[in-house]
Design a protein around this ligand. Structure first.
Ligand code: G4P
Length: 526
């Protein structure tokens, strides 16, 4: 393998969580360990605070932050780690789902007080679709949380994950005394307010009286019982099962106190996958191949409204990406080269000369890219499995200024290329339907169409609740269905037929009345 050394030192992952579970705090601790930042508080939360929902300055500020922290690269123990940021706000969940296609593993943060929350479920579903390996960090152990065994059971049941505890806590809240590292067989003691260096005591044998001295007799006894139980049930971690996405190692800690984080990071670099092989429409592409290939998983509009430049985020999947070299843009069948690709560091953007599998490169784009686009050294294929989920809110796009129709069309095409929203056209007509996951996205679209394209628009609420992508072996049957149901059918942006359902009842009725037509709740962009 030509680039073996580079590939084997890279780990590309994302931290995911329900908002407020501690993703930003944990990210910051990782960066501190990696030396990428020096002070706490350097990583800004990309949360959009609830009260700021219609505060556009806030949205713009967030866009600025999310470009700056999109990809954070740091080194830790000779490994090069790419941490891909995901938006916290649920209205931008699609962006998160797409980012998950560009990582090789994830760390899931669960709040020990709130347990499994809504967004956690959906995020894990996306991970499951791709068998992405997951490590779980149970955070906020310094707060009075749920019973640790109940929590493990809740996570296993609710997220359909098989867990494997790697550390185990001694109490929680004000009685939290630390964690026992089951792998290293040492006790890491918690003192509130300690930062990087916690006191750790090696305990080879749990009967060692030093345990009673450190924890007190009662807690020492409970820990002995807990550990016996856990070791009996779980045994050693099966790394292969973790890599196959079947078993999730679990750590307990407190991100804000930087407690339990190092234990996880050390295990992470030990077991997390290096850049993996990926499926394409043609064949499996191995990360170790000599020839370069990569795909665009995110597009970000530049912040300067006077320039329409955008940044396309390209995940390198195989070979070596080089500055100023021509690559094939498969969809456009065009050779392109990039004179100033940049890498994302925590704080600054640097022009890069080359990049390897696992890396993310920022490419300036004037409208050539959309999500899912593939670059290669000539071969024609697309990476598969980049999902597009059904929106949940649908509105008709109404042009308020007919003189600006062209600008509006261009704007909406570009915004949907960026993945801000999905665009559907109603059957046989020109009615444009915008589908989003959250209300906030409509505000973003309206604001950006006006600011960036000078087009004033309004939205008219439509009574749909889901879009299903249709397929059928019998073309005529599908065409007839589309025609009969024209109030509820249309095309997505790429011309794929969709059914827009008013309610679950209508949807189920159509599904059972049309057994030969397949209704899919997500489509692959490619
Ligand atoms: P998010 O990115 O997942 O949305 O969460 P974030 O890290 O912003 O954390 C949410 C809140 O939880 C923050 O408090 C943060 O300080 C707190 N937090 C994170 N880890 C722990 C922990 O281990 N224990 C406790 N007790 N709290 C923790 P905040 O008040 O919302 O913000 P801030 O003003 O403290 O920044």
């Amino acid at each position: 393998m030509k680039y073996e050394k580079e590939i084997n030192r890279r780990k590309t992952f994302a931290i995911i969580s329900h908002p407020d579970a501690g993703k930003t705090t944990l990210t910051e601790k990782f960066l501190l360990f990696g030396g990428a930042i020096q002070t706490a508080g350097a990583v800004k939360s990309n949360k959009i605070k609830k009260h700021a929902t219609s505060d556009f300055m806030e949205i713009e500020r967030q866009r600025g932050i999310s470009v700056a922290t999109s990809v954070m690269t740091f080194e830790y123990k000779d490994f090069l780690i790419n941490l891909l940021d995901t938006p916290g706000h649920k209205d931008f969940a699609e962006d998160t789902y797409r980012t998950l296609t560009a990582v090789d593993s994830v760390v899931l943060v669960v709040d020990s007080v709130n347990g499994v929350e809504d967004q956690t479920r959906r995020l894990i579903e996306v991970c499951r679709m791709r068998d992405t390996p997951v490590i779980v960090f149970i955070n906020k152990m310094d707060r009075d949380g749920k019973n640790r065994f109940d929590l493990l059971e809740e996570i296993e049941k609710e997220l359909k994950l098989t867990l494997h505890p790697m550390t185990f806590p001694i109490n929680s809240g004000k009685d939290f005394k630390g964690v026992y590292n089951l792998r290293e067989k040492n006790l890491v003691l918690f003192t509130p307010g300690t930062r990087a260096d916690s006191e750790s005591v090696v305990i080879e044998d749990l009967t060692d009286p030093v345990l009673d001295k450190k924890l007190g007799e009662k807690d020492a006894e409970t820990l002995r019982e807990d550990v016996e139980l856990i070791e009996g049930v779980y045994g050693d971690l099966d790394t292969e099962a973790y890599l196959a996405g079947q078993v999730a190692p679990v750590f307990f800690g407190s991100a804000v106190n930087n407690f339990g984080v190092k234990e996880m990071l050390d295990t992470f670099i030990d077991i997390a996958p290096v850049p993996r092989d990926r499926n394409t429409t043609l064949r499996e592409v191995s990360a170790g191949e000599d020839k370069f290939s990569g795909f665009v998983f995110k597009i970000h509009a530049n912040l300067d409204p006077k320039h329409r430049d955008r940044i396309a985020f390209l995940r390198v999947c195989s070979g070596k990406f080089e500055r100023n070299k021509y690559y094939k843009h498969v969809r456009l069948d065009k050779d392109l080269r990039f004179s100033n690709p940049y890498s994302f560091m925590a704080r600054s953007k640097d022009i890069i000369e080359d990049a390897y599998p696992g890396d993310v490169v920022g490419l300036f784009d004037t409208g050539n890219f959309k999500i899912g686009d593939t670059l290669t050294e000539g071969e024609k294929f697309y990476f598969t499995g980049i999902p597009s989920f059904s929106p949940e809110i649908f509105k008709e796009l109404v042009n308020k200024d007919p003189m600006k129709t062209k600008q509006m069309e261009k704007g909406i095409a570009q915004l949907t290329d960026e993945g801000v929203a999905q665009l559907f056209t109603q059957y046989g007509g020109t009615k444009k339907i915008i589908g989003c996951v959250g209300e906030l996205q409509f505000e973003v679209i309206q604001y950006r169409l006006l600011q960036e394209y000078g087009a004033a628009v309004e939205f008219r609420t439509l009574p749909f609740y889901k879009a299903c992508w249709l397929s059928c072996n019998d073309g005529k049957m599908l065409a007839d269905f589309m025609r009969f149901k024209q109030q509820n059918t249309g095309e997505d942006k790429d011309g794929n037929p969709v059914y827009l359902a008013q309610s679950e009842w209508f949807l189920n009725t159509e599904i059972s009345n049309n057994p030969d037509i397949h209704f899919a709740f997500s489509s692959e962009v490619i």
